[in-house]
Design a protein around this ligand. Structure first.
Ligand SMILES: [Zn+2]
Length: 282
């Protein structure tokens, strides 16, 4: 388990396990001869990818960023992607019970980011984290009501609609502080309203950048996944992110990296972007 101290906060990377994605979709227009050197695929072109959630203990709040795939995937999707369903076990191993979490933040509502928001109780979806307030952008939730034929498969209403109906999920309009030291910032591209989560304490910053940069193999500006609805906006959002994250030495958290949940992003003399897991924050 990866843990670190960020100022006065503790960050714990808790995984929902590994699932798999088609390498071509994961790297979009980048040729396989290039991406397969960074992330080798199996004989069916699948790449194992991570489902990294982050637990933030601020002292006053216990915040869970992202909730993985969960355990409610329809059989057909479970066959395609896998359904490891390890998040609650890994939280428990870290000494965290579902009742301990008082804030849950979803960066967007694709099924591999909000699956453990709910579990089935007597056949009905109910909050996995009964005492938590959940947060997502209103625009993302509105879009999830009517996704396109291209991405409809990514949305499962049982992960969020019951929470919105009960008032347990709050819909945000733009950048906002959630609790002291934890805020969200919208970075369009993957979806129109995907939000990153910024964690600030003691002059240090970590950023859960979600699917804007899903793994440490996606740092280059043009290595954009085929899932992204607005790839040119992804490009601009990445420039906006690096303009702050590199000089200010933000710890960058990768939602789907199978090996490295977080690292610092650096630029070498040639301008090449590199992930440096061992660097120290400023
Ligand atoms: Zn996504």
């Amino acid at each position: 388990m990866h843990r670190l101290t960020l100022g006065n906060f503790e960050l714990i990377a808790v995984s929902d396990g590994l699932y798999r994605l088609d390498g071509g979709v994961l790297f979009g227009v980048i040729p396989k001869v290039m991406w397969s050197k960074r992330m080798p695929a199996d004989e069916n072109n699948y790449i194992p990818v991570g489902l990294n959630s982050i637990l933030v203990r601020t002292g006053d709040h216990t915040v869970l960023i992202e909730t993985g795939i969960g355990n409610k995937l329809p059989e057909k999707l479970a066959k395609i992607y896998g359904q490891p369903a390890k998040l609650l076990d890994n939280l428990s191993a870290a000494g965290i019970a579902p009742e301990d979490i008082d804030i849950v933040i979803n960066t967007h509502l694709h099924f591999d980011h909000c699956g453990w928001n709910t579990v089935l109780r007597a056949g009905q979806p109910a909050a996995t984290f009964p005492k938590a307030k959940y947060y997502v952008q209103e625009g993302e939730w509105q879009y999830a009501q009517h996704p396109s034929e291209r991405d409809g498969i990514s949305y499962m209403t049982a992960n969020y609609d019951p929470l919105v109906a009960s008032g347990q999920m709050q819909l945000l309009r733009g950048d906002q502080e959630i609790v002291p030291g934890v805020s969200v910032k919208v970075f369009p591209g993957h979806t129109q309203y995907m939000q990153a989560v910024l964690v600030h304490s003691g002059g240090k910053t970590a950023c859960y950048i979600s699917d804007l940069i899903p793994t440490s193999a996606h740092l280059d500006l043009n290595w954009i996944t085929g899932f992204d609805l607005f790839p040119l906006q992804t490009l601009e959002s990445r420039k906006r992110f690096y303009a702050e994250a590199i000089p200010q030495k933000w710890l960058t958290i990768f939602t789907h990296d199978p090996n490295m949940p977080w690292s610092y992003v650096e630029k070498d003399e040639k301008g090449k972007l590199l992930a440096n897991a061992s660097a120290k924050a400023a």
